[in-house]
Structures are given as C-alpha cells and as structure tokens.
Design a protein around this ligand. Sequence first.
Ligand SMILES: Nc1ncnc2c1ncn2[C@@H]1O[C@H](COP(=O)(O)OP(=O)(O)OP(=O)(O)O)[C@@H](O)[C@H]1O
Ligand SMILES: [Mg+2]
Length: 314
Amino acid sequence: MPPMIECRQVVKAYKVNDHEVVALRGIDFEMQRGEMVAIIGPSGAGKSTMLNLLGGLDTPTAGKLVVDGLDLLSLKGQALAEYRLKRVGFLWQQTARNLLPHRSALRNVTLPMMMAGVPPWRRVNRARELLDAVGLSDQVHKRPASLSGGQQQRVGLAVALANRPDLLLADEPTGNLDRASALQVMDLLQDLRQRFNLTILMVTHDMAMAKHADRILTLRDGALGQDLTHGSDNQPRLDESGRIQLPEQVRAQLNGAPRISVEIRPEGILLRPETEQADDTAALLQEMLPQDAPPQKRRFRLFRRLGRRKKETA
Ligand SMILES: Nc1ncnc2c1ncn2[C@@H]1O[C@H](COP(=O)(O)OP(=O)(O)OP(=O)(O)O)[C@@H](O)[C@H]1O
Ligand SMILES: [Mg+2]
C-alpha cells in the first residue's frame, strides 16, 4: 500500500523584504496509513510550516509532496479547496482558531459540512455522533466561551473530523491546556484514531505528549533529525550510575570529539562536540585584550604589558 504521506526533499523558503528565510531545508519523510507521528522541536524549527504544507494551506518552494495519492504541488483552485475541506482535518493550539465564538458546539461542527454541501439532517446527525465521540453529548448547545479549554479542544476535534478526513494535522493541540486536560485530549486522539481509522501527525514542544505517538521525530532548523521513538533498537539506555552508551549514528554526529558539552533545553538534552582546548585558550586571550584597539596593536600592547610585568617581578 502506498504511504499516506510522502515528502521528498521538501523545501520551503519565505521572502521577507529582500532576503529569504528558509523554513524547511529538504524534508524526507513518509507516514503510513493509520500511523500516529509526533514531531518535536524548538520554536522556529519549521513545525507549523510543515503542517501548513501538508494541509494545503501553503505550497512548497521545491520538492515532492504527495498525500493520500494526491500531488499537492499540482493541486490548484477548486481541487485544492476540496482537499482542505474534505481530505484533511486541522486542530490548532489556539481554541479560537478552531471554533467560531458565536456558534454553539453543534453549529461549529455542522459548519464544515455545510460548506461541503452535506444536507441539513445528515450534518446534524453526524455532528451529534462526533460530539458524542468526544464525550460532549450533553454540551452540544453551549458556545465555546462557556466550555473549558479541554472541552473546547474536544469540540475542535469534532470540527476537524466533520467531513471524514483520513488525515488529522494537530499543531500543539494541548499547548494551552493544563496537564489533566492535555492527557484527556491525547487519550481521545488515540480513541478517535481507532474509531475513524485516522492517520495523525502532531506537532509539539512537549515530550510527554509526543510519547503517545507511534513514532517521534525531531525537527530543528528546518531539518528532520533523529528518530526518538521509544523502545526502538537504536535508543540508548541510562544505567544506574548515569552512563549511557550512544548509538553509532549519534557518535558519528559527534565527529569523534574526545569531549562533549551537554545542554539542557526545554525539548530535551543536546549533546555537542566540544571545541578544542587550543580554541578555548585563544578565546580566553582575546577576552583579555582591550576591545577598542585593532588586533595587531592589541597583541603588541598585551605582550608589552606582560613583558613589563616580568621586569617588575624580576
Ligand atoms: N509566513 C511567513 N513568512 C516569513 N517567514 C515565516 C513565515 N512562516 C514562518 N516563517 C519562518 O519560518 C521559520 C519556521 O517557522 P514555523 O512557524 O514553522 O516554526 P515552528 O517550529 O512552528 O515554531 P513555534 O514552535 O514557535 O510555533 C521561522 O524562522 C519563521 O520565522
Ligand atoms: Mg508553530
């Protein structure tokens, strides 16, 4: 069976004033039907850009992007609008982006179906079925403002699934929720995935949420990095004394450096080959120099000063 998502060397560059911002620099990625994948990465990594491309909200600058057999680069006009309305569902971090404030939960869920031309009785039945599936059958007439954040995201899920898409794209779906509500939304995602046979791609900063996926990928500076999937064979384990044995592919990244620096970041722990001793000394020396003088003169002054000090101590 062909994959649900196929990305080949996908590049996205934005023109800002006169220069280019490259948000994605050659993404190679595949997702199978029914899979749930989490993409984790820091702010500005390109996570939302990737979801926007997959959802047909933006077009790649270069590369190949096929979703469910549709080549998104050649999809235009009505066909693209149909794709966005029927083939893919979105859940955003900001509840306001998922729901219209003046419509009840039920009328929020019927809206995408109305746009798709579904007859009134069918859209109400489907909306009730979906609101029941997200556990809100007793809240159908409430407007978003009188629902909790977690409940609003659950209505958002019902809206996203209204036109029976096969693919659900979720951009930080639990980013604005407390822990308990976030976990409920994650459980619900799993439940809906089984029930409606969904393929889910979720973007998050939060490793605890990412762990609910079958596969966890990292995105940094517009490039996909290591597969962090739990339980996969290439994962190092931490022993009781705090030692880890890094897999070969990670060691290769560290270029055989004798020492590595460890940096704790919100999304995880970053290992970097440490700069050479000689470089450190040079940097230290540079710091000692008066910063306003041109380089040669500075060095000359420093050595003169050192020389003077030697004479004084002699
Ligand atoms: N419409 C745009 N015009 C210009 N630059 C953009 C645009 N959208 C995104 N970018 C740039 O592309 C890069 C990736 O942005 P993106 O929003 O995809 O990051 P992100 O990983 O979703 O970050 P966050 O976690 O903060 O949401 C950033 O440098 C951003 O400034
Ligand atoms: Mg984003």
